[in-house]
Design a protein around this ligand. Structure first.
Ligand code: TMP
Length: 192
């Protein structure tokens, strides 16, 4: 099963993925986690570019769209392992939500693997800006308001669960477990 976590910056994806992984392993599942951008040379370049002062320009945004798609192709083989649950921190769905124009980004990501389950961590934009460093090009209120709206629309195209990420870490974690459990045949009473 390929589970993808998405959400605007600061939604708590990495903490929640760690907590879900620990819980699934305690329930006997084998789990592998992935992060996009990856730690490949392309991923490292992406992280550098995200901090460029001119990263907001159309040209740089297009470069980023191409690099995100290329970086993703580098981990395609890892997604084929059916012996494990694969949980990914971001996916091509981030590109659909953050990059444009949408039709072009869809073409670039034509071969990207579609998730079996999308967990969308839905966070207020003001909270997002408060939680992030503001260092990356996308961490500003106006931009993230558009991204959040994009996510809610895109989610409709996939099997998805929307989780309120404005709550405390433990409440969010328990909401995620309750949402994921039916897909994996875990008994709801086993969830704390
Ligand atoms: P991170 O904050 O989850 O580490 O991701 C880095 C930034 O990259 C974040 O602002 C979201 C952005 N991003 C895209 O714009 N498109 C993508 O396809 C991916 C994977 C990330």
């Amino acid at each position: 099963m390929y589970i993808v976590f998405e959400g605007i910056d600061g939604a708590g994806k990495s903490t929640q993925i760690r907590m879900l992984k620990e819980w699934l392993e305690a329930n006997g599942f084998r789990v592998e986690t992935l992060v996009e951008p990856t730690d490949s040379e392309v991923g490292k370049l992406i992280r550098k570019i995200l901090e460029w002062p001119d990263a907001q320009t159309d040209d740089v945004q297009r470069i980023l769209a191409l690099l995100f798609a290329a970086d993703r192709m580098l981990i395609m083989d890892k997604l084929e392992d059916e012996s494990k649950i694969i949980i990914s921190d971001r996916s091509f769905i981030s590109s659909l939500a953050y990059q444009e124009p949408r039709e072009w980004v869809e073409v670039l990501n034509k071969y990207a693997k579609k998730p079996d389950l999308l967990i969308l961590l839905d966070l207020d934009v003001k909270k997002s800006v408060g939680r992030t460093s503001g260092k990356d090009t996308f961490e500003n209120e106006k931009f993230l308001t558009g991204v959040k709206a994009n996510y809610l629309k895109i989610a409709e195209n996939y099997t998805h669960e929307i989780i309120d990420a404005n709550n405390g870490v433990n409440k969010v974690s328990s909401d995620i477990k309750k949402a994921v459990a039916p897909y994996l045949g875990i008994c709801p009473d086993c969830i704390q």
